[in-house]
Write a protein that binds this ligand. Structure first.
Ligand code: AMP
Length: 497
């Protein structure tokens, strides 16, 4: 089926063609026609399936006739996060560029003034997060009596974030005679209840989740003790050819901690979490898009809905506790057919989460020791006996581990004063984290020469390089190594059933 056959209008088709879309995705094939017919739709589809266009495209066609009155939006889209809301707004702008539709984005963290002014002019499409929507409604700034189409996007996420009562409240303010579209990755009982209550004779369309992560994403996992995770991350950042990367943490307070740690170690890094003001989030994202910041430490909520085409790596600093989040996270790389790499740092106690992820994606994530750049499928029992740093070819041949063949960069590792105990390693990590930033007055040329100079003198490099190039990770940044501490993945198989 083509977009023409679905029956979209020529101006919308022109905009889609300019986006480079040639064929509708399965959810678009199923949903667009139904929306154009005015049906209520319950769409079971995840991010990455093209679900946003499956409702925005027909909405543009429907709304192209008619005019909006001041403070009376003609359609409302509720999204759980500001980022998703902003992404939907961007899609409206792209797909609706040959239509004269007006739009307002009501999200927390931005000034009320601008949003109220936009509403006063009259909007065809109102895109909002539930909290801000309620604020503005209660201030009497919006009248919802003219809403003809309502979309609830990512209802499952609304549920996770505790927004369902807010959504129900908003639904109570809408006219009963309207078209309602509800999208959710899962059909949890609460979502089903919401659909039963607020949708009228809906047509259910469901597409397979993009659960098998893109073939173009190579996955790898390392297993270390929790206290060694930051060090492991830095080692991976050096080992991999990272152009830019998302680094996911499970909790937002860990985002801030890891961000500060990486910054102190001289990495070009930004952070994105739910507690940041919207202006800072937008600025950080712009810096990341432009390549001014190479690494972005973020939480799942903040990263949801982000669509940045060219990201070389995703790191899971924590194994996500919801398996679907793993799929979302690693789907941030390898987009549009590009190669991507997804690396997960697991702790021995993460076994049950890893199992859930592997079940969902239908395959095992290869576990490799730090120092092996390529993922190696492990033979049964091999994990137990394998020495750290054992060369890839040896492992593939199944030879007995010989004296560990150190990767080139391990010279740097060796030259570090290896702590004798894990506690020492941790103390060293903390000390490094406390190290003051390099003096600002150092000349850039001088800074760039330091790694070589340091190498000649057998000195360890530190993050005393310009913090704007990922390449510096090969040189800067102390490496503490595991020292006398034996990581648990060498001792036992944490995922043994
Ligand atoms: P979504 O599931 O809405 O988050 O969309 C995921 C990605 O697919 C976005 O980057 C869209 O720009 C892209 N996309 C949506 N529809 C199509 C299509 N028909 N062909 C190619 N890419 C698409």
């Amino acid at each position: 089926m083509t977009f023409e056959e679905i029956g979209l209008d020529p101006n919308t088709l022109k905009a889609i063609a300019e986006m480079g879309y040639t064929t509708p995705t399965p959810i678009q094939e199923q949903a667009i026609g139904l929306v154009l017919m005015g049906r209520d739709v319950m769409g079971i589809a995840q991010t990455g399936t093209g679900k946003t266009a499956s409702y925005t495209l027909p909405m543009i066609d429907i709304l192209s006739s008619g005019r909006a009155r001041a403070r009376m939006p003609r359609s409302l889209i509720l999204a759980p996060t500001r980022e998703l809301a902003a992404q939907v707004a961007e899609n409206f702008e792209q797909y609706g560029k040959y239509h004269k539709l007006s739009m307002a984005l009501l999200i927390g963290g931005e000034s009320f003034g601008d949003q109220e002014r936009a509403l006063d002019r009259g909007v065809d499409v109102l895109i909002a997060t539930p909290g801000r929507m309620i604020d503005l409604f209660e201030r009497g700034r919006i009248l919802l009596s003219d809403v003809k189409i309502l979309v609830i996007d990512e209802a499952d996420r609304m549920l996770d974030m505790g927004f369902i009562p807010d959504v129900e409240r908003i639904l109570g303010w809408l006219p009963p005679l309207r078209q309602t579209l509800l999208f959710s990755a899962t059909m949890a009982p609460e979502i089903k209840r919401l659909a039963d209550r607020f949708l009228s004779n809906p047509k259910v369309v469901s597409v397979a989740p993009p659960a098998s992560p893109a073939e173009s994403v190579t996955q790898r996992m390392v297993i270390v003790e929790p206290r060694d995770k930051r060090e492991a991350l830095r080692a991976l950042l050096r080992e991999e050819e990272v152009a830019n990367a998302f680094i996911f943490c499970n909790r937002k307070r860990d985002v801030a901690v890891l961000f500060r740690s990486l910054e102190r170690h001289g990495f070009s890094v930004g952070q994105l979490h739910g507690d940041m003001p919207q202006s800072m989030r937008t600025e950080t994202l712009d810096q990341f898009r432009r390549g001014d910041v190479k690494l972005l430490v973020c939480s799942d909520v903040a990263a949801r809905g982000l669509d940045i085409a060219d990201v070389s790596h995703v790191f899971n600093f924590d194994v996500p506790s919801h398996a679907e989040d793993y799929v979302h996270r690693i789907g941030r790389t390898g987009r549009a057919g590009r190669e991507g790499r997804a690396l997960t740092i697991a702790a021995p106690e993460d076994g049950k989460y890893v199992s859930a992820i592997q079940k969902l994606i239908g395959k095992d994530i290869p576990v490799t020791p730090l120092g092996d750049a390529e993922p190696l499928p492990l033979e049964e029992g091999e994990r137990r006996g394998r020495g750290r740093g054992r060369g890839k070819s040896e492992a593939l041949r199944g030879d007995k581990p010989k004296a560990a063949k150190k990767p080139e960069r391990s010279a740097e590792v060796k030259s570090a004063p290896a702590p004798e105990t894990a506690e020492k390693a941790e103390t060293a990590e903390k000390k490094q984290d406390r190290k003051p930033e390099p003096k600002a007055e150092a000349k850039p040329e001088e800074k760039r020469q330091r790694p070589e100079r340091d190498a000649k003198r057998g000195r360890r490099g530190r993050g005393n390089l310009p913090a704007d190039e990922v390449a510096e990770m090969d040189h800067g940044d102390d490496v503490v190594a595991f020292g006398g501490h034996t990581p648990s993945f060498l001792l036992r198989d944490p995922f043994a059933k």
